[in-house]
Design a protein around this ligand. Structure first.
Ligand code: GYE
Length: 321
């Protein structure tokens, strides 16, 4: 009797275990949802374009978007997600500012029966798992972005090449991966050297200040690789302030592809930009509906991104965000 109970208990546990191992809370099929979007910050055109795309698509489909802006604070973003859980939203879209501190709240949401879809930034895979703790990650392949920038440089640079790298927000998945992709390619080419690599927090003015300091400390630098447009635009100002010509004396490379940076490729002050498309709305809500309907998703759904060169930038300008 005892044994039967145990077996039964075991079976019940096993069943629960199976559900938990696949892990994810179910989402009822509904016409419209009340869904959270936990944004990281709103201090640049990329973030504004992403938020607008989410709001436009929610409005178009009749969903209610519970929007929060962490204003560049990871602690606030953790609190924002907890508040969405407390409000019992149907699902949460999260752009995790950093890849480790947001992992616990992703799990808390899953435990509370709320599916999470990660947008644009990822969580450390050692701390939370797609298919168990969250549905999927939708975004760009950041390692590949870094590799594409490095490959362009290797192909186009002449002679000894000394690089200053402006990193994105410390602890964010795009900063980690854009560095890895770029540095790995550069390391294999002995005439290329990374003289300095420092964070500019994905921000224009911080990027400008850090570039100014690093240019002074490294007078032989002839390349600046910025992990996003904002810092690249800041670096262009720093290069001019140092009495040098951006795009000529110092090659400037970037990732994102906003209108302002693409225009600078047309003008010649930025040399090459890999796109990272911020228009997530359609893919985000399509995934939400698909998930409710029982569709299975891979750990990552990768956006296709183009690039902007001096040859194609003019043609691409109109459709840049
Ligand atoms: O490149 C940057 C933004 O997470 C991919 O964050 C995104 C990056 C983007 O603030 O401009």
């Amino acid at each position: 009797m005892k044994r039967t109970t145990m077996v039964l208990g075991g079976v019940a546990l096993l069943l629960t275990g199976t559900v938990l191992a696949q892990g994810l809370p179910k989402l009822a099929v509904k016409k419209t949802y009340r869904v959270g979007f936990a944004q990281t910050e709103s201090n640049n055109p990329w973030r504004l374009a992403q938020t607008k795309s989410m709001q436009d698509e929610a409005r178009r489909l009749g969903h209610q978007l519970v929007y929060t802006d962490a204003a560049g604070s990871t602690a606030k973003q953790v609190a924002d997600v907890r508040s969405m859980i407390a409000q019992k939203v149907d699902a949460i879209f999260l752009s995790p500012r950093e890849d480790k501190p947001l992992a616990p709240v992703v799990k808390e949401a899953a435990k509370a029966g709320i599916p999470v879809i990660l947008l644009d930034r990822n969580i450390d895979p050692a701390l939370a798992k797609a298919g168990t703790d969250y549905v999927t990650f939708i975004g760009s392949d950041f390692v590949q972005e870094g590799q594409r920038v490095a490959n362009w440089l290797v192909k186009n640079a002449k002679g000894k090449t000394n690089i200053i790298e402006l990193e994105g927000t410390t602890g964010s998945s795009p900063a980690n991966d854009r560095k890895k992709g770029f540095d790995d390619v550069i390391r294999k080419n002995p005439q290329f050297k990374i003289l300095a690599s420092q964070t500019g927090n994905f921000a224009r003015d911080t990027g400008r200040q850090v570039a100014e300091t690093l240019l002074q400390a490294n007078p032989t630098a002839n390349v600046i690789y910025a992990h996003n447009d904002e810092m690249a635009i800041g670096a262009v100002s720093a290069i001019r302030a140092a009495g040098k010509r951006p795009g000529v004396d110092i090659i400037v490379l970037s990732i994102d592809g906003g209108k302002e940076a693409v225009q600078m490729v047309v003008d010649g002050s930025i040399n090459y930009v890999v796109e990272c498309n911020p228009r997530f709305g359609p893919a985000a809500f399509k995934t939400l509906a698909g998930y409710a309907a029982g569709q299975k998703y891979p750990a990552k759904v990768i956006n296709a991104d183009r690039d902007y060169t001096p040859q194609n930038a003019k043609a691409g300008l109109a459709s840049a965000y």
